[in-house]
Design a protein around this ligand. Structure first.
Ligand SMILES: Nc1ncnc2c1ncn2[C@@H]1O[C@H](COP(=O)(O)OP(=O)(O)OP(=O)(O)O)[C@@H](O)[C@H]1O
Ligand SMILES: [Mg+2]
Length: 177
């Protein structure tokens, strides 16, 4: 199944309301005995960047659900939003098992998963994050060390690209293996 999407930018929204609109809420973290903190205090409210609220909520939701899925009980997950001169930066950090160095270049690939033992999910979440962030003219990346948690960052630039056209289709079915 193929899905094409167009960006629907809206003017302003605080990071907090963007986080609230994501389906993952603090009680879900509590249920898994994870500490979850949000810090968007560095952002101006309202912030001066137009973006597609639903799609960015989807990016946050994918990153936070990964953090929740991979972090063991009593661990920590945090979401921080930073304001730079030319962009907003979101940072999702967890205290989970981290990602091996050799695997880092692959995590944003379609259908890529680190292990075969847990087939929870399809390996699509990060690919979708990258597609959405890049459609906004932003960048997404990860820093991690095995055993030391993972930090995912993405930016949304101030100023709008000339066109929102040309967003790649996202394929949802796993290819024949
Ligand atoms: N926070 C994290 N800590 C450790 N490994 C991670 C983390 N986030 C992603 N990964 C690794 O990257 C892989 C790809 O993540 P991605 O979100 O694309 O897929 P998924 O979570 O396995 O499935 P889906 O998102 O489709 O439900 C994961 O399977 C996991 O191996
Ligand atoms: Mg995922």
């Amino acid at each position: 199944m193929l899905e094409r999407f167009a960006l629907c930018r809206r003017d302003t929204m605080s990071a907090h309301s963007c986080v609230r609109s994501a389906p993952l809420t603090p009680p879900l973290f509590e249920a898994r005995r994870l500490s979850f903190t949000v810090d968007a205090s560095a952002l101006p409210v309202p912030w001066p960047i137009a973006f597609d609220h639903d799609r960015i909520a989807q990016v946050l939701s994918n990153l936070l659900s990964n953090a929740m899925k991979f972090t063991q009980a009593n661990g920590t997950v945090s979401l921080r939003a930073n304001w730079h001169a030319d962009c907003v930066e979101f940072v999702v950090r967890d205290s989970g098992p981290g990602i091996a160095k050799h695997a880092l270049p692959h995590v944003f690939e379609r259908f890529w998963q680190a292990g075969t033992e847990s087939r929870d999910g399809l390996g699509l979440g990060l690919y979708i994050c990258k597609t959405i962030v890049e459609a906004h003219g932003g960048r997404i990346g990860v820093e991690s060390e095995r055993g030391n948690g993972a930090t995912f960052r993405f930016t949304l630039p101030a100023g709008q690209p000339e066109s929102d056209a040309g967003v790649e289709p996202v394929e949802h079915s796993r290819p024949e293996q």
